[in-house]
Design a protein around this ligand. Sequence first.
Ligand SMILES: [Zn+2]
Length: 482
Amino acid sequence: MKGIVCLVMAFILQAGVFSGAALAQSASSGNAEPSFDAASREADSVFFRKMADDVLSSSAAYESLRDLCKNVGARLAGSPGMYKAEAWAEKALKAAGADKVWLQECMAPHWERGKAEEAWYTYADEKGKQQKVKLDVLALGNSVGTDAKGLTLPAILINDFSELEKRKDDVKGKMVVFNNIFNPKNLAVGQSYGESGSYRRRGPSEAAKYGAAAIMIRSVTASANDNHPHTGTTSYDSAYPKIPAAAVGLKDGDKLIGLLASGKPVSIYYRSDARMLPDTKANNVIGELTGSVFPEKYITVGGHLDSWDPAEGAHDDGTGCVHSIEVLRALKAMGYKPRHTIRVVLFANEENGLRGGNKYAAEAKAKNEEHLFALESDAGGFTPRSFGFTLDWKRLAAIRQWLPLFVPYGVYEFRNGGGGADIGPLNRQLGTPVAGLSPDGSRYFDLHHARNDVFENVNKRELDLGSLNMALLIYMIDKYGL
Ligand SMILES: [Zn+2]
């Protein structure tokens, strides 16, 4: 009992001593990095609690996400939504209290879906009667379309790339239907996404290599309780013809694949207006809190501003954008003066080009900037579980001492390996240590790149816990270095 009273007293004393600006000052006094010891652990736990009180009771991130989803909506590079999103980002960063906000221009691919795609298949039923079944499909991002009449092609089911090799003489002039299963046995859903997604990325050129005329894939998703197709970028190998490519909703896809697997002759009609236009101007939108001790050393935190055209880009990656802006707002609200310059970067064109991430790293390199660390949120706005780091194991081992401070707020692991697509170029070109927020992934691929990725599917508290843990990590890295 006495011990508990002592602890409570110590807590109150610490809270008094380290409140608000005083705490900020203690964290940023002098150039030497403070060491993480018992006293600082205590002070940090008080800071964590105060930050949690602020973030969990604020509606800033959630309302900002509502604004982005409902008033901007879809924002693929080159679309009118992209320009509206850039204006939204500028305004949001200023409102969060950035010392400086600016645009960093880059060129980006400009792909358009055009009029909605059309697809159906036909086959003869048991009585020999022709049946025509509509397919819910989305052209893959960056894919070519068909002509205005569309294509009617005999379909062939190919289960995987090794079967394609074996049956390469059978696919000429056909619609290849890939049965790219989203493996439920992988514990990390990202692994299933990577495996199944390789058919979306490489499938068209692998099939075109043997003369296929078009392809369809199962949507890269685990969820079979709806029929929404999931788009996402494909990339053509210039050695082979570019052929039209689309993703099919799982309910439709399973029926079609079942029919093909039974050996019935099936023919598929597909029409798409998709086309690639000349590159367009796009911008990374950047806001910063200028460092009080090392203004020339940078910590980057970000998400990507663009999103696929059929939805609002709520989880992908509206949540990552508002997570990052909330880091800045929350540090400001705490009166915290960062030692290093903290840059919030809302990257352009992650989805179908990565030009924003490449531009940011190229400019950092050209200016010889020193980047201490970069953090990305691009895995949804669900309950945070861990951070995945790409940095040398000694430094990872050192920062794992901080982990007990995070556990009450939901992050229980600092994993080896992780980062984000947009900050990958910083890591590869400048050697910057990077990390990514890993929320629970169980539901992410139910709505990833599909029409149900909307604001209503984001939970406020889960969103806020993500922002909070990111702000806490940025605070710790700013204070102790890496
Ligand atoms: Zn994303």
